[in-house]
Design a protein around this ligand. Structure first.
Ligand SMILES: Nc1ncnc2c1ncn2[C@@H]1O[C@H](COP(=O)(O)OP(=O)(O)OP(=O)(O)O)[C@@H](O)[C@H]1O
Ligand SMILES: [Mg+2]
Length: 444
């Protein structure tokens, strides 16, 4: 096999960097993607170019070079590290191997050694190719309105997935998941960020709090000030690491569209958009869906979850919801305040402590849909009822036209629908929105 191998070279001895670069360029199997003379640049180059190998020149201050190797080895396990130095003493060779290098090049470089290093890089790259990284699914549970049941849904769906799952509390200014799961986490996402340069799989493991054999929690910081240092790149980096370790990463999200939330939503494979059936929330959900359209999220990425649903008491009835959110996947979690609150207060998630309740059945079916497990036909009507396949969106347009509510908005609507990105009410002012909305309650 002779695929092209890519390299970055780093070291503060300019001449050596260039000499190795030139020698590698002579090989038809190798291409140099970047050279740098600043130690800190190696991280950025590897992150950017994902090379097959990085050659790190250990200067006279070899300790600093060894530290750099250690950092790179933990951050980029998929990149082969090659240490290079004029000092080829057994001590330095051994220390560089211990620090994470897989090969040692004596300087000034000779063709034969370089050919051997290329050979080893090729073997390493082949092993990487046959052992592709695990990539777990990220499921973001979100609502842009507080109190709809995001944390409740996230915690229970994470458990109901019944597979290796990390639950991440992204309510950085005050997360509740420790309470929901009856845990007192010692560490949080802020601890992860404080140790960012040194984070590896082992450290990650130590910062998560185990809940049950298949569920671990990455908690929100208990101290609000500690959350200040958490930035968007930490979120995407953390999710990347968690994906490698877990089959699912479930996110309990904050309610504002800030940088952290947007990054997490972007990274997510699936979004559970949680809502309750009151006018204000439904209107908010319409806006969120418009925002998601603006972000070019595919429709299938979003699943609507109506929580605290009650046939009798919900302000908006199920047929109306089905019509409003035409063509969308919608799940219904029934309302059962007494049982839900009792399980939350005890820190015993309902799917485990009250598995036979209709609320648990609904949560399990959401988990089943995420996992791609078809629902068992149990014949229990209540369970079967909990999911709806919504009416076609065109029906809604037809209804609106029949009801004569296309005045002044018909262009906006038809445009929206024809390009597949519109929502029934997205172009309406609050007033007309309400009148359109209420028209759905009129008998046809
Ligand atoms: N299916 C349900 N039936 C009845 N009550 C429920 C249900 N789901 C949630 N609740 C109630 O709603 C409350 C809020 O739930 P939760 O804390 O999960 O919402 P949230 O969206 O995470 O809110 P926050 O804005 O605090 O993050 C719960 O404490 C519980 O009392
Ligand atoms: Mg919450």
């Amino acid at each position: 096999m002779s695929s092209l191998l890519t390299f970055v070279i780093s070291g503060n001895e300019l001449e050596e960097v260039e000499r190795i670069g030139a020698a590698l360029s002579d090989s038809r199997r190798a291409r140099v993607l970047a050279t740098s003379h600043q130690p800190g640049q190696a991280h950025a180059d590897i992150r950017r170019f994902h090379p097959s190998a990085a050659i790190i020149i250990l200067g006279s201050a070899s300790e600093a070079g060894l530290d750099l190797l250690r950092e790179l080895a933990s951050e980029f396990p998929e990149t082969m590290l090659i240490a290079a130095s004029r000092d080829a003493s057994p001590d330095l060779i051994l220390n560089s191997i211990r620090a994470g290098a897989r090969e040692f090049l004596r300087l000034p470089v000779v063709a034969q050694d370089l050919a051997a290093a290329i050979e080893r890089t090729e073997q390493f790259a082949e092993r990487q190719a046959v052992a592709p990284k695990k990539r777990g699914r990220v499921v973001a549970v979100f609502s842009n309105k507080g109190g709809c049941g995001v944390s409740f849904t996230a915690a229970n769906v994470a458990l109901a997935l019944d597979a290796p799952t990390a639950l991440v509390d992204l309510n950085l200014q005050g997360g509740d998941l420790g309470f929901f799961l009856h845990l007192e986490p010692k560490f949080s996402i802020a601890s992860l960020v404080e140790n960012w340069e040194r984070v590896d799989d082992r450290m990650l493991e130590s910062l998560l709090t185990p809940h049950s054999p298949k569920l671990d929690l990455l908690s929100a910081p208990s101290d609000v000030d500690a959350a200040v240092g958490v930035r968007a790149e930490h979120i995407s980096g953390t999710l990347d690491l968690l994906r490698e370790r877990y089959e699912y990463v479930v996110l309990d999200m904050g309610h504002t569209f800030d940088e952290i939330t947007l990054t997490a939503l972007d990274c997510a494979d699936e979004i559970l958009l949680v809502m309750t059936l009151d006018l204000l929330t439904v209107r908010n959900v319409q806006r969120v869906l418009s925002t998601f359209d603006g972000l070019d999220y595919p429709r299938q990425k979003i699943r609507l979850v109506v929580n605290r649903w009650s046939e009798k008491d919900s302000e908006i009835k199920r047929p109306q919801v089905e019509r409003i959110f035409a063509n969308r996947e919608i799940d219904f979690i029934p309302s059962d305040y007494k049982t839900v609150v009792a399980t939350i207060n005890l820190g015993q998630p309902i799917v485990k402590s009250k598995p036979s309740s209709p609320v648990s059945a609904a949560l399990r079916r959401i988990a089943g849909s995420i996992a791609g497990i078809p629902e068992k036909k149990t014949g229990t009507r209540k369970t079967d009822e909990l999911k709806v396949t919504a009416h076609r969106e065109e029906d809604l347009v037809a209804d609106e036209q029949t009801n004569g509510h296309s005045n002044g908005h018909s262009n906006g609507h038809s445009n929206g629908h024809s390009n597949g990105h519109g929502h029934a009410f997205e172009l309406s002012t609050a007033k007309t929105w309400k009148s359109q909305f209420l028209s759905l309650f009129r008998p046809n």
